[in-house]
Design a binder for this molecule. Structure first.
Ligand code: FES
Length: 240
């Protein structure tokens, strides 16, 4: 009996987890699995930002000083917290929410918290850990190309088509509309373009377009209403 108590105390002294009991770990909030991130979760003028996962291998001396918890739908366990005195914190090798995939060559990607703890306790130091980490990747934004009546313009992603056309000195209006157009407020209905390719790269129709374009071909869009997010080819519709 004395041996059992001593062994348990010794194990906790260099345990990779905090002195939390397994029950306390289960009660803790779970790591959130990441959503599939094909679309950027954030963008600025230069970059799109994506959430991705990558595998990382680390070798850590015991005690690790990492509090683990069950990883929920992702399976297995993940890091809930790092304790200051452990090697995980001092080396920076483990991060919060890292999900353990293998410990000392044992696949723990779907293991219970109890099983992972047992493997960590038995593993010799340093312990080899493969893990899955959530990272943010930034990708240079590709400037969309607008082909307008055969002329190509490179424009900032998400900008208004009318603004790009006018800024580049191309003629969007004809006749009196050159002088009397509404300036892009959506009231004059003189800025229609016929989308030949890349309609999927344009923002959805606005209420103004729905109303004013009800009797126009479905490929027509109002240049002052539409945002360009990718390559697109348009033509000026024949004037009546
Ligand atoms: S510029 Fe007037 S509606 Fe588009």
């Amino acid at each position: 009996m004395l041996f059992t108590v001593f062994s348990l105390a010794s194990a906790l002294a260099w345990s990779p987890v905090s002195p939390l009991t397994p029950g306390a770990c289960r009660a803790a909030p779970r790591c959130q699995p990441l959503r599939a991130a094909e679309e950027p979760f954030r963008s600025d003028e230069l970059f799109d930002y994506f959430r991705r996962k990558k595998e990382v291998s680390v070798s850590l001396e015991k005690p690790l000083g990492a509090v683990l918890k069950e990883a929920g739908a992702a399976g297995g366990v993940c890091v809930e917290e790092l304790l200051e005195e452990g090697s995980a914190s001092t080396t920076g090798a483990l991060k919060k929410n890292d999900r353990l995939l293998r410990v000392a060559d044992a696949d723990v990607s779907s293991s219970s918290l109890d099983d992972v703890m047992a493997i960590l306790v038995d593993a010799s130091s340093p312990v080899e850990i493969d893990l899955e980490r959530n990272v943010i990747v930034k990708v240079v934004r590709k400037a969309p190309v607008l082909t307008y009546d055969g002329q190509t313009l490179e424009m900032q992603k998400g900008s208004i088509m009318r603004t790009a056309v006018v800024k580049n000195g191309l003629e969007l209006y004809s006749g009196m509309a050159k002088l009397t157009n509404c300036g892009g407020t959506g009231s004059c209905s003189t800025c229609w373009v016929d989308v030949k390719e890349g309609a999927e790269n344009l923002s959805p129709r606005t209420a103004v377009e729905e109303k004013k374009g009800a009797k126009r071909p479905p490929t027509y869009r109002m240049a002052c209403q539409v945002l360009v997010n990718g390559d697109v080819t348009v033509e000026t519709p024949p004037k009546k």
